[in-house]
Design a binder for this molecule. Structure first.
Ligand code: NAD
Ligand code: WQD
Length: 339
């Protein structure tokens, strides 16, 4: 069985990807400092897959501890999910975001070189496109003009990876730019578990549905879009997870550095998502129209033709499926992962 290092593997996207990796015959070695996830996730992974992955509670920024893991585990592939991801928090603590997100990536690159590990898949984000001039977004559209320090860390790491690939001709790097991940594993055993008040739309909606929050605030209905609310590309997290398997397969072709958008290619407005959730689950979501949220772009969705063609990968779930699975997770775990 091929060992693979999965940083951030107890997190939302990481845990779903670990399931797919196990299914595909990999042996995931998870490193996570649990700053935004719980160890209980490992038991849930076992319930779903039959395997409790090997786990190190380690900060990826800790070079010495990471060196020991590289020495002991001897893997050929890495998926690097570990990172802080709150836009609002990054505005408050930009240095923390820089040191954690960029720092952890630098440690991995240093150790990859030291140990001759060539393959890495990196979690980037559609946020690197800043405010798009046109949609759908293609991988070679301009990046930059990030509206927050979190987004800037993703762009900075992309640059680090590009420089590394130039210097190290045997490196194979897949930069995956995720659009908006939602949904959960169909078992309802793993899902998104934000701490405190959710920043993102879907966990807020599910917390309203479960009665934890009174109503949703829709941030702005005066955008230049058909119903006035912002448009995003919501992708089911299991589709996203499968995209990582497709990217790993691509790396076996030794492509050097490759970049792919992972989305559905379809835009959905905030109100459309709310209505899809209501009809998929037969639940009313009370909402009010509130002011615009600073930094939001009106419209953002992916051109996924490159990933479809080169990765032989395509998102299979639609927005109703995602709404159903998000709700299934929330209703089975009204308080998230409670230990
Ligand atoms: P998450 O917070 O659920 O998972 C990230 C995991 O990384 C957490 O378990 C956290 O404890 C861990 N972590 C953070 N810093 C660490 C460090 N220094 N050392 C070890 N572990 C550390 O987030 P997610 O939604 O699963 O996102 C995974 C990755 O995808 C992140 O890099 C995120 O920036 C990126 N991404 C997420 C989204 C999204 O909307 N969820 C969109 C685009 C990109
Ligand atoms: C979606 C839409 C909000 C909450 C963020 C990051 C991005 C990426 C994905 C990591 C927007 C509206 C939201 C609410 C609302 N993450 N909304 N009421 O902002 O597209 O992307 O997550 O890389 O970098 O910026 O996602 O889910 O926060 O918002 O009306 O309570 O829902 O205004 O139009 P976003 P989101």
């Amino acid at each position: 069985m091929a060992k693979i290092l999965v940083t951030g593997g107890t997190g939302y996207i990481g845990s779903h990807t670990v399931i797919e990796l196990i299914k595909a015959g990999y042996e995931p070695i998870i490193v996570d400092n649990l700053c935004n996830s719980k160890e209980l996730v490992l038991d849930r992974i076992k319930e779903i897959s039959g395997v409790r992955p090997k786990f190190y509670k380690v900060d990826v920024c800790d070079e010495n501890k990471m060196r020991e893991i590289f020495k002991n585990e001897k893997f050929n592939d890495i998926i690097h999910f570990a990172g802080l991801k709150s836009v609002a928090e990054s505005v408050k603590y930009p240095e923390l975001y820089q040191s954690n997100n960029i720092g952890s990536s630098k440690v991995l690159l240093k150790l990859m070189k030291e140990f001759g590990v060539h393959n890495i898949v990196f979690s980037s984000s559609a946020t690197v496109y800043g405010t798009p001039k046109k949609v759908p977004l293609k991988e070679d559209d301009p990046v930059g003009g990030c509206t927050n320090p979190y987004g800037q860390t993703k762009l900075d790491i992309e640059c680090l990876l590009k420089d590394y690939a130039k210097e190290n001709k045997d490196a194979n790097i897949a930069i995956l730019r995720y659009f908006n991940p939602i949904g959960a594993h169909k078992s309802g055993l793993i899902g998104e578990d934000p701490q405190g008040i959710p920043n993102n739309l879907m966990p807020y909606v599910t917390q309203v549905a479960v009665g934890k929050r009174e109503k949703l605030s829709v941030f702005g209905d005066d955008y230049n879009t058909p119903d006035g609310t912002c448009i995003r590309d919501y992708i089911h997290v299991v589709d996203l997870a499968k995209g990582h398997l497709a990217a790993l397969n691509k790396l076996k072709e030794k492509p050097g550095l490759v970049i792919y958008n992972l989305g559905t290619g379809k835009g959905t407005s905030v109100l459309e998502l709310v209505h899809a959730f209501e009809s998929a689950n037969n639940i009313k979501i009370p909402f009010e129209i509130a002011g615009r949220r600073p930094g939001d772009v009106p419209e953002n969705y992916a051109d996924v033709s490159k990933a479809n063609k080169e990765l032989h990968w395509k998102a299979e779930f639609n927005i109703e499926d995602s709404c159903r699975d998000s709700w299934n997770w929330q209703k089975k775990n009204p308080k998230g992962y409670e230990e």
